[in-house]
Design a protein around this ligand. Structure first.
Ligand SMILES: Cc1cc2nc3c(=O)[nH]c(=O)nc-3n(C[C@H](O)[C@H](O)[C@H](O)COP(=O)(O)O)c2cc1C
Length: 206
């Protein structure tokens, strides 16, 4: 566990219904390893994708999902909080939230589009709206292929107002030999952008 992350110890992690559930599982594990507190939101579509792409068996209520995830990640309710995607009373729905960083990983085209339009109809979208209006840090890990002009225009619009568009594209110069290498490569990029130091991060050797 790194001792040097006291300056940025809280991150909102939002999971929307794009492909990439193993990536966000990896990201959450790495953030917890670095002692970062996580405010987690999972969209309804993301729950379906998570069941398709991982061995997680999510129960049917938010409270049960929360207990399940605390056990899965072997963590505590101090380190990981889960907010229902319709809970507009949560701190994330307010501009005064103490979290100053948010990662949407993976980000679906639907969530990308809603955020671009300021459509705050669930907690992920409202949280992103607050982060943008308060000029805090938002990282969008959008996954789709190929990208349409609509996707590209939405990403350009957000990029121009300071949102980081970080597609889950692996580099191959570190010669990955297993899926974990690829997941860690993308997670390292996210951590680097969040300015979270991780001894596990692989550095490109010049
Ligand atoms: C197995 C599965 C994989 C999906 N993958 C993607 C994807 O990679 N990108 C995307 O934009 N939408 C994808 N979708 C569609 C989204 O889940 C759908 O547009 C949904 O409305 C997104 O809602 P949300 O943004 O509120 O999570 C996928 C759906 C399923 C069931």
């Amino acid at each position: 566990m790194s001792k040097s992350n006291n300056f940025s110890d809280r991150v909102i992690v939002a999971i929307s219904g794009a492909s990439g559930a193993p990536l966000v599982i990896n990201l959450i594990s790495r953030l917890l390893t670095e002692n970062i507190k996580i405010d987690l939101i999972i969209s309804n579509s993301a729950k379906i994708v998570i069941q398709q792409e991982t061995d997680l068996k999510l129960p049917d209520t938010t409270d049960k999902i929360y207990q399940y995830l605390l056990n899965y990640f072997k963590t505590t309710d101090k380190q990981l909080k889960l907010y229902d995607t319709n809970n507009f009373l949560s701190p994330i729905a307010s501009g005064s939230s103490i979290a100053d960083k948010m990662v949407i990983c993976p980000c679906s085209s639907a969530t990308l589009s809603a955020i671009t339009q300021g459509l705050s109809d669930n907690l992920i979208r409202r949280g992103a709206d607050c982060i943008i209006k308060e000029k805090k840090q938002l990282i969008i890990v959008h996954r789709e292929s190929p990208l349409s002009t609509i996707h590209l225009k939405n990403m350009l619009k957000l990029s121009k107002i300071g949102v980081t568009i970080l597609p889950p594209n692996p580099g191959f110069y570190l010669k990955p030999t297993k899926i974990e290498d690829i997941l860690n490569f993308i997670t390292d990029r996210i951590l680097q952008n969040l300015k979270i130091k991780s001894p596990l991060s692989k550095k490109w050797m010049y």
